[in-house]
Design a protein around this ligand. Sequence first.
Ligand code: SAM
Length: 213
Amino acid sequence: MLPLLPSDADRYVASHSSPASPLLDELERATRANHLHAHMLSGHVAGRMLAMLSKLLAPRRILEVGTFTGYSALCLAEGLRSDGLLHTLELREEAARTAQAYVDLSPYANRIRLHVGEALKILPTLAEEWDLVFLDADKTGYIDQYEAILPKVRPGGLLIADNVLFHGQVLEAPIRSRNAAAIDAFNRHVAADSRVEQVMLTLRDGWLLVRKK
Ligand SMILES: C[S@@+](CC[C@H](N)C(=O)[O-])C[C@H]1O[C@@H](n2cnc3c(N)ncnc32)[C@H](O)[C@@H]1O
């Protein structure tokens, strides 16, 4: 991960942000202990930001692409309306099993639907209008996933894309890695899209907040 902030500043930011729930702390601890790719988990401050935005929007329908072990899904679910639903999509069965186990322990068990499989195959089967979307799966899939999702985002709805700085590699000239090049192409694709307005944040590995007009 690109150290966007010195570690002292990171610690200061974390210690002045609300704590995560004990269940989220346990999920983060277990993921770090058991998963080779635990760095993919959003973590404390990004998780509190997802929960904050979700609470401000009070969404009826949330979509997440890239569940991993369920940390961000549980954060996003904190703002769901009582009659709301969150759909989250995960390619890998093992990660999905872990996520489902933690969803089942959470207060949102009956409002989270976990779908296992390739996002682009599942997306057309979901007949929903999205209030809030978190895009966080394969970086080379961002443009196609965005194009599949945006027509179903309600006007005024928010899409958040993670890793839009890709460890700082989008700043290289020329960009060498395939994933960073895909992210750079996605960032330019959104910047040229007149259907939306957007702002990029240096939170974590970079977030792009995209509001549909
Ligand atoms: C960065 S991790 C998600 C982290 C999670 N959102 C969090 O913040 O804790 C990306 C996940 O997307 C999944 N994934 C990758 N490509 C996918 C695809 N095409 N469809 C569905 N899931 C995919 C991976 O298996 C991985 O678990």
